[in-house]
Ligand binder design. Structure first.
Ligand code: ACO
Length: 337
């Protein structure tokens, strides 16, 4: 049997930290409001005067993941990059990352699945590995949100939530008969419901209107993310437990079997509510939101890397991840680390 496993993980956040207090110099907000509603204390943003973009952060995380995996970059057969903040409209940011890694010729694929992008990415990698088309795949989630946010009071509901960062894993194909304790990706489940696409989106520049795509009169704030926060919250707290249970029951596992839950980090309250609904003890949920905010596609690999580094995630542990985000999209992954 061919199965896939994580060979190494790496992450990177830009050095500059913006505390909630720092944001009060840009907009009408407060540390108390942000912490109470979201659990966020600070986030990392790239230097706004620099040319640093998503593929730069992706490169740093990729190099670290390759090192942790003890895999030479030349062994990589495919790059999958998940982001909602691409370097350019086209070509895909995966191509820019491939060039920065100096790996000409191998396929580079972009995924636009927002907060669930990383789980979609490892799921796609899993299919290529199990089909024997590729032996090693680099999956990266990377975001530079900070350059695309409305940093005035008008955009405060969205802007305070997001941080920049990147996380990457190297996945490899293994052959053999995995047993209960074998490190591997056990399953993934993916979902989307485009009826809710406009509940969390960036409308412009776009084509779904008469006239040219770049008509300046359309850039009246609609070039920034628009979010119906309450709807997102309601569906996230419903769909994350559902998809998590989908993974567990398919694998014949229970919540008690899971050693660590590494959920997407959109809002601490969402994860607390998910844990409460499922009666998951707090200490089994690994949260990073207070230090990084929501780093969208980077969140889960960044969380995995932090959990490994801090000693919370050890070899042989059973881990469950679930994510919910724009699209709406939601997904889960169950893996033995
Ligand atoms: N600072 C201070 N006040 C604020 C801020 C802010 N940053 N943002 C909004 N407010 C104000 C509002 O203007 C409103 O004021 P009003 O009552 O005078 O009108 C008040 O606070 C309450 O606003 P609500 O939007 O009702 O606040 P809510 O309790 O819903 O919390 C939040 C907002 C935190 C955004 C919440 O809805 C949430 O977390 N939703 C989920 C977000 C999420 O998961 N997003 C996923 C994004 S990931 C992706 O896929 C891209």
């Amino acid at each position: 049997m061919i199965y896939s496993k994580f060979l190494g993980v790496g992450s990177y956040v830009p050095p500059r930290v913006w505390t909630n207090q720092d944001l009060t110099s840009l907009m009408d907000t407060s540390d108390e409001w942000i912490q109470q509603r979201t659990g966020i204390k600070e986030r990392h943003w790239v230097d706004q005067d620099s040319a640093t973009c998503t593929s730069d952060l992706a490169l740093e995380a990729s190099v670290r993941a390759l090192e942790a995996a003890n895999v030479k970059k030349e062994e990589i057969d495919l790059i999958i990059l998940a982001t909602l903040s691409p370097d350019h409209e086209f070509p895909g940011t995966g191509c820019f990352l491939q060039s920065k890694l100096d790996l000409p010729g191998i396929p580079a694929l972009d995924i636009r699945q927002q907060c669930t992008g990383f789980i979609y990415g490892i799921s796609i990698a899993d299919q290529f590995l199990k089909s024997k088309q590729y032996k090693k795949v680099l999956v990266v989630g990377a975001e530079v949100h900070s350059k695309g946010l409305d940093k005035t009071t008008r955009g405060r509901d969205v802007t305070v939530l997001f941080g920049d960062g990147a996380g990457a894993v190297v996945m490899g194909a293994e052959e053999g008969a995995p047993d209960e304790k074998t490190s591997r990706l056990i399953n993934t489940f993916l979902h989307a419901d485009g009826r809710f696409a406009k509940e969390l989106w960036v409308p412009e520049p776009g084509l779904a209107h008469p006239g040219p795509r770049m008509a300046p009169e359309r850039f009246d704030g609609r070039e920034y993310p628009q979010m119906n926060g309450k709807t997102v919250f309601t569906y996230a707290t419903k769909k994350m437990p559902e998809v998590l249970m989908e993974s567990l029951s398919a694998a014949g596992k229970t919540l008690e079997d899971v050693d660590l839950f590494i959920f997407h980090q959109a809002n601490l309250r969402i994860n607390e509510m998910v844990a409460k609904q499922l009666r998951i003890p707090e200490e089994k949920v690994y949260n990073t939101i207070s230090r990084f905010g929501n780093t969208t596609a980077a969140t889960i690999p960044l969380g995995i890397d932090e959990a490994v580094k801090s000693g919370r995630l050890k070899k042989g542990m059973l881990v469950a991840s679930a994510a919910f985000g724009a699209g709406f999209t939601w997904a889960s992954a169950l893996y033995r680390w």
